[in-house]
Design a protein around this ligand. Structure first.
Ligand SMILES: NC(=O)c1ccc[n+]([C@@H]2O[C@H](COP(=O)([O-])OP(=O)(O)OC[C@H]3O[C@@H](n4cnc5c(N)ncnc54)[C@H](OP(=O)(O)O)[C@@H]3O)[C@@H](O)[C@H]2O)c1
Length: 294
């Protein structure tokens, strides 16, 4: 089925709704914004690079002249920026928040919170936003959709190295952070009425372009052909805005979690004990977040 037909059949109009989305300037983010704009939503773009974010606003408004767009700068590595964005969203809450920004193979360092930046970007900061905004979004009958990844299966949590700062392999550090994000959020909203986890499978974006140059040159074009394009891969995230998930369920592509249209799927990749410990750690970090304020 064509992407536009599927959207027409499965996603109601978002006229009058406001959707805030992090990482809007990324490969998946841009395509999501286009779908959301076509559905009539107003957008709040939460991006770390204001120039890129404003350029995106301009492009979107060229194609959708009636589109309402607000830009807010959000650097997920910086807890002060995250707190300030949370405060601003609390003043004027969106109907939905899409926690889409993420980072995989990046130079590693410790953030002001003491956590590894991959852990901070993919887990600590998005959890802070979700946790802070959840009551307001619940009040509005809205949704928080967090973007997870199949990489969360690459390893289990190690409670003596929570942020995997001792692990050099990017795939594991990224997978661990996504694991924390996904299972901590399940703990926040056990019945999946407000918080939903979705994933795109694999799609060719900047985040998938982390291979050594030669390998990348060889695989780049086949990857574009083999995997779904971002405009289609992001349908799972869009579907998360209108689909309730039960405990330990997520939304992703139907076939082998990589191809096809979105489907709600059961997750059995984390034991109840590990998930409970992840939730407890998430809350502990959240409670300490004020201590990191400058
Ligand atoms: N592509 C895939 O196959 C795949 C698979 C599973 C899950 N995902 C998830 O999908 C989401 C979107 O990724 P993508 O594929 O669209 O990758 P992408 O093109 O690299 O986009 C990532 C987005 O996150 C933003 N970002 C990175 N670090 C940030 C920071 N410190 N503060 C604020 N924003 C930051 C980037 O900002 P800039 O635009 O300024 O760089 C970009 O907008 C991510 O959560 C990713 O983990 C992707």
């Amino acid at each position: 089925m064509k992407t536009s037909k599927w959207i027409e059949k499965n996603i109601p109009s978002l006229e009058g709704k406001t959707v805030a989305i992090s990482g809007a300037t990324g490969g998946i983010g841009k395509e999501l914004c286009r779908h959301l704009a076509a559905l009539g939503a107003s957008l709040v773009l939460l991006d770390r690079n204001p120039e890129k974010s404003l350029a995106l606003k301009k492009t979107l408004q060229k194609d959708f002249p009636a589109l309402g767009v607000k830009n807010i700068t959000l650097d997920l590595e910086d807890i002060d920026s995250v707190r300030s964005v949370a405060e601003s969203l609390l003043q004027d809450p969106p109907d939905a928040l899409i926690l889409n920004a993420g980072a995989y193979h990046i130079p590693r360092h410790k953030c002001s919170t003491g956590f590894d930046n991959v852990f901070q970007i993919n887990f600590v900061s998005p959890y802070y936003l979700a946790r802070t905004l959840l009551p307001k979004i619940q009040e509005r009958g809205g949704r928080i959709v967090a973007v997870g990844s199949i990489a969360h299966t690459y390893s289990s949590a190690n409670f003596s190295d929570i942020d995997f700062s001792l692990v050099t392999k990017s795939s594991k550090a990224y997978g661990n952070a996504k694991r924390y994000l996904m299972f901590s959020l399940f703990g926040l909203d056990e019945y999946g009425k407000t918080v939903v986890v979705a994933h795109p499978g694999i799609t060719f974006t900047n985040i998938t372009a982390h291979y050594p140059r030669l390998i990348f040159a060889i695989i780049k074009h086949p990857m574009k052909v083999i995997f779904m394009r971002p405009a289609r891969a992001c349908l799972s995230i869009l579907y998360g805005l209108v689909t309730e998930c039960g405990k330990n369920e997520w939304i992703g592509p139907k076939f082998f979690k990589v191809w096809g249209l979105p489907r709600r799927q059961r997750l059995s990749t984390c034991s109840d004990e590990e998930a409970a410990q992840i939730c407890a750690i998430a809350e502990e970090i959240y409670d300490q977040s004020d201590l990191f304020a400058e």
